[in-house]
Design a protein around this ligand. Structure first.
Ligand code: FAD
Length: 300
């Protein structure tokens, strides 16, 4: 429900046009979003790299249904790739295909992706496709598979909570790219998904193991301490192609502890004027954040 709220343009404009509400929600969003502009993401990215983290950067946006807006998003990502290579920040650029056209026309998303991948390859930057609602999984995987056959610098995210994911993994392992495993942030129908549970954690670990066994580079993208402990116990981090990846502002104590212990940790940063949308995603996947937002509001 929170995600549909975030996508309602009337509510978005209401938040934008109500300065006090906007300011209060921004206080909470500031925990998870570096700022509205590219320079904000780059600034935080540079600081994290100097501390020894690897970095992913996302320009926030999804479900764009106007072609000129899809193009504007792709141009912003081009500029991000350019700035990363010029400023020497070794970061990965992550994004939703629905931000660059998937919700309008699959071919538009494919064409923007190909342009981005070409520029990123020349600049030595890695691209990473996020995974969205299950209604888009087939389209996302088919666009990814076509593009990665030209540009191996594109990675893909798979959601452990979808029951179809082991089959999807088996189908894409022929592509020589990096795979990010997440639990899944979207509310999905019960007949095609596994809720947060030990069954889901076991499924998550099976997917990671299978990805490593097949010689793939893998990002273990979770803040779940139980999964992280299992990964460490099983010695999977001794493989140089395996890393932990966590969202900016979530469990910074855990990411810094892992880094201090010498493990490779990547932090996923976001920036953009659609910070409200991103905030709703973070609250939806972890409802206690709603209380944090209220605490932020009453204490300011
Ligand atoms: P959980 O069991 O949900 O959480 C474990 C613990 O982490 C919680 O107990 C809590 O302490 C902490 N925690 C988790 N979430 C939050 C939060 N929002 N705020 C505060 N604390 C929290 N999902 C997609 O569907 N598609 C994607 O493309 C995608 N990309 C991602 C990329 C990265 C790098 C990461 C880290 C996550 C991504 N996600 C994506 C989100 C993911 O699916 C989960 O919703 C999210 O990671 C929370 O799940 P968890 O594995 O941390 O485990």
């Amino acid at each position: 429900a929170l995600k549909s709220i975030a996508r309602r343009s009337d509510l978005k404009s209401y938040v934008e046009q109500t300065p006090q509400l906007n300011r209060l929600l921004r206080l909470t969003a500031d925990r998870y979003v570096t700022g509205e502009h590219r320079k904000d993401g780059l600034k935080v990215g540079r600081k994290l790299v100097a501390k020894g983290y690897a970095v992913s950067i996302e320009y926030i946006g999804e479900n764009t249904t106007v072609a000129t807006e899809c193009e504007a998003a792709a141009l912003e990502m081009m500029a991000l790739i350019h700035d990363l290579s010029q400023g020497g920040v070794p970061a990965r650029v992550s994004f939703d295909l629905s931000h660059i056209g998937l919700s309008l026309d699959k071919e538009l998303a494919f064409s923007h992706l190909m342009n981005l991948a070409e520029q990123a390859q020349e600049a030595g930057v890695e691209l990473f496709i996020s995974m969205e609602e299950s209604s888009k999984t087939d389209d996302i995987l088919s666009v990814y598979e076509r593009a990665v056959s030209f540009y191996p610098n594109i990675g893909i995210t798979l959601q452990a909570h979808l029951t179809r994911t082991p089959q999807d993994l088996a189908a894409i392992v022929a592509s020589p790219s990096r795979i990010r495993i997440v639990k899944g942030a979207y509310q999905e129908p019960a007949d095609c998904s596994i809720p947060r549970s030990s069954t889901l954690s076991d499924r998550y670990l099976e997917l990671v193991e299978s990805t490593i066994r097949q010689g793939h580079r893998v990002s273990i993208a979770t803040h779940d301490e139980h999964i992280i402990e299992e990964v460490l116990e099983r010695g999977w981090l001794s493989n140089s192609d395996v890393e932990f990846e966590m969202l900016y502002g979530i469990r910074p104590d855990l990411s810094s502890r892992l880094k201090a212990a010498g493990h490779p940790v990547r932090i996923y940063l976001t920036y953009g004027h659609q910070w409200f949308l991103y905030l709703c995603h973070r609250i939806a996947e972890y409802p206690p954040n709603l209380f944090q937002a209220v605490i932020d509001m009453v204490s300011n």
